[in-house]
Design a protein around this ligand. Structure first.
Ligand code: TMP
Length: 218
């Protein structure tokens, strides 16, 4: 069977959460053990770092170092052990978010982010965690919930007190979306672009179709 690692991406307000829950239930219904987690976060230390990243002003390099530090802890304590036990890891955001938000959103250098990604997800560090993966640890599938920035802004308006990223202007999210498009162009084999600008039922059917087409669900 083997472990399965799926990540969920998109700009704030794209509506990932309900579909992560539904997908977890679909895997459980087929007898799989599911670990549902998120980034930044997923461990006590990473959740502490999340509060800093989402609430404190800092430059983009500091932000990148903190999200990758959180990711290291999360991979070591949650993701690698779950994959080694052949479980299904459903992760609300992973390193594509760093390229999209810190890289394209905040304009930080993608090559530097690529080096940090090697440090944290490279075969050396993951081998030390008992993962016999060749190359970089990446999700087998990344579902990118693609939604026009103005629609996302409308959905977010008044929903809750916005954090540092949610209160960014629409132009920021246009840049973040272009970052996701760039990542998808670089690694098309693991990306699926989901049209999130439809009613939730239609989005769910698209999600299910992609996961089944990959052979991950019967
Ligand atoms: P969430 O609200 O979807 O849980 O995501 C938390 C916020 O953190 C979201 O605005 C995106 C941002 N973020 C980054 O800026 N860089 C990252 O690497 C990750 C994982 C999230």
């Amino acid at each position: 069977m083997g472990g399965l690692f799926i990540s969920f991406e998109g700009i704030d307000g794209a509506g990932k959460s309900t579909h992560i829950t539904a997908l977890a239930q679909a895997f459980e219904a087929q007898g799989r053990v599911v670990v549902r987690t998120r980034e930044p976060g997923g461990t006590p230390l990473a959740e502490t770092l999340r509060k800093l990243v989402l609430n404190e002003a800092m430059d983009a390099l500091t932000e990148s170092l903190l999200v990758f530090a959180a990711r290291r802890d999360h991979i070591a304590l949650v993701i690698a052990p779950a994959l080694a036990r052949d479980q299904v890891v459903l992760c609300d955001r992973f390193s594509d978010a760093t390229f999209a938000y810190q890289g394209s959103g905040r304009g930080f250098d993608w090559d530097t982010l690529g080096m940090l990604e090697q440090w944290v997800q490279g075969s050396g560090p993951t081998h030390d965690l008992g993962l016999a993966s060749a190359g970089l640890l990446q999700p087998q599938l990344t579902l990118w919930f693609d939604l026009p920035a103005p629609v996302a802004a409308q959905r977010l308006a008044g929903a809750r007190v916005p954090d540092k990223f949610e209160s960014q202007p629409e132009a920021f999210f246009e840049q973040v979306a272009s970052g996701y498009a760039r990542r998808m162009a670089q690694q098309p084999h693991r990306f699926a672009q989901i049209n999130a600008n439809q009613d939730p039922d239609a989005v769910w059917h698209e999600v299910l179709r992609v996961v089944k087409a990959k052979g991950f669900l019967a």
